[in-house]
Design a protein around this ligand. Structure first.
Ligand code: DQA
Length: 147
């Protein structure tokens, strides 16, 4: 059975109430639920972790090696400055898809640069909760388990 890990970075636990005009009204549980439904239909095991702590995310990325076939990662603010996350992604063979709810390229200048972009397979941004679903669909296709 293929396994996918979904990692959510800082402040994403507040989705639903956090700046809904930017991030939408869905909660993290709603998003995870939609991902779970899709993954189940494809017969894939999906697991979720949200953390506000950089080191916890670094540990999760390191530990994904040999355990997961894909990672979907919304590194949130860490996207823009965490060399530690970038190095962790660069240290494993598990492919990573970078996910953002908002279109980081049309927001404040400091959000335009992703330090993890050069070490991920690809990026999905700006589609709201559908960014995660699009990333999952891509992972399922790459894994050969999408209908
Ligand atoms: C985000 C975009 C980041 O710039 C921001 O810091 C977040 C969420 C997004 O999903 O749009 O926390 O990653």
């Amino acid at each position: 059975m293929k396994r996918i890990l979904v990692l959510h970075g800082p402040n994403l636990n507040l989705l639903g109430t956090r700046e809904p005009e930017i991030y939408g009204k869905m909660t993290l549980a709603d998003i995870n639920g939609r991902l779970e439904t899709r993954a189940k239909r494809a017969g894939v095991l999906i697991e979720f972790l949200q953390s506000n702590h950089e080191g916890v995310l670094v540990d999760a990325i390191q530990e994904a090696q040999g355990k997961y076939d894909f990672i979907l990662l919304n590194a949130a603010a860490y996207t823009h400055y965490s060399i530690a996350l970038r190095d962790a992604i660069g240290s494993i063979d598990v492919p990573v898809i970078e996910v953002h709810l908002s279109n980081i390229h049309k927001r404040e200048g400091f959000r335009h640069h992703s330090v993890i972009a050069p070490v991920v397979m690809g990026q999905v941004a700006g589609l709201g909760a559908e960014s995660y679903l699009a990333a999952l669909e891509a992972a399922l296709l790459k894994l050969g388990v999408a209908e």
